[in-house]
Design a protein around this ligand. Structure first.
Ligand SMILES: C[S@@+](CC[C@H](N)C(=O)[O-])C[C@H]1O[C@@H](n2cnc3c(N)ncnc32)[C@H](O)[C@@H]1O
Ligand SMILES: Nc1nc2[nH]cc(C(=O)O)c2c(=O)[nH]1
Ligand code: SF4
Ligand SMILES: [Mg+2]
Length: 225
């Protein structure tokens, strides 16, 4: 099994409960809910994606083994902090890798998680929930999509992009699931008026339904990757 990765970069987690925490992001190439090509967006299952996950970018690569993947990810941590993940751990810090995409659970498997643990990382995932999770993940963020089956119904946080018009993507459908936290993340769109309306709608929902918290995409606000 080899791993195809669009990009690996060191930044602050922008979303959800770990917002503000330094992490290496590993963006796996490819998704099962959209080809990633603009000409296919209108007929994709997931049509609002804000991410380019096609192919291998300048900060990406193809990695033949779990160890090669973990070494590349650890190298970004070391370049950013001046310490290996193991050295950071020894100093009481918990180095974090966030596996995203595209859809990371099409590629991330238990051997890769084991190799990342051996390198000193806690392993988080951002997933659309259509795949079951491999063993060993330290943090699971599921973001369900209208029109896609939900196979992964437990985890640490559920982060719903809001609003989605379809009845099966309404917040009430998810609030009984086994997650610690429930987030609404306003849908980012090109039109500033619609973007603002989506933020207002998410605020109004969280005020009226206090189980739900607002997840602002803080990396876009402060201008980090
Ligand atoms: C690009 S996705 C990759 C991981 C996985 N495929 C998923 O959908 O969870 C990362 C996160 O960004 C969210 N997201 C994607 N497009 C968005 C948009 N236009 N506005 C707000 N959040 C968005 C997703 O729902 C997910 O929580
Ligand atoms: N800073 C930052 N935080 C993020 N949290 C989730 C992201 C993603 O694209 O999965 C993301 C991202 O792309 N950048
Ligand atoms: S499932 Fe995630 S990566 Fe795939 S198109 Fe939707 S938001 Fe983008
Ligand atoms: Mg993103």
């Amino acid at each position: 099994m080899s791993y195809t990765v669009k990009e690996i970069f060191h930044t602050l987690q922008g979303e959800g409960a770990n917002a503000g925490r330094a992490a290496v992001f590993c963006r796996f190439s490819g998704c099962n809910l959209w080809t990633g090509r603009e000409q296919d967006r209108h007929r994709a299952v997931c049509r609002f994606c804000d991410t380019d996950f096609v192919g291998i970018g300048p900060d990406g690569g193809r990695f033949a083994t779990p160890e090669a993947l973990a070494t590349a990810i650890a190298g970004r941590w070391e370049a950013g902090t001046g310490e290996t993940p193991a050295q950071s751990r020894a100093a009481g810090i918990r180095p974090l890798v966030v596996c995203t995409g595209g859809e990371p659970l099409l590629q991330l498997d238990a051997p890769a998680i084991d190799a990342l643990h051996a390198a000193g990382f806690e392993v988080a995932v951002e997933t659309n929930g259509t795949q079951v999770a491999p063993a060993g993940l330290d943090w699971i963020c599921v973001s369900p999509k209208a029109g896609a089956p939900l196979a992964l119904t437990r985890g640490d946080e559920l982060k719903l992009v809001f609003p989605q018009a379809e009845p099966e993507a309404q917040p009430e459908r998810f609030e009984g699931l086994a997650f610690q936290q429930f987030w609404l993340q306003p849908m980012d769109v090109a039109d500033p008026a619609v973007r603002e309306a989506n933020v207002r709608a998410a605020i109004a929902y969280c005020l009226a339904h206090p189980r739900w918290r607002l997840s602002v995409q803080t990396h876009k606000v402060v201008g980090v990757r």
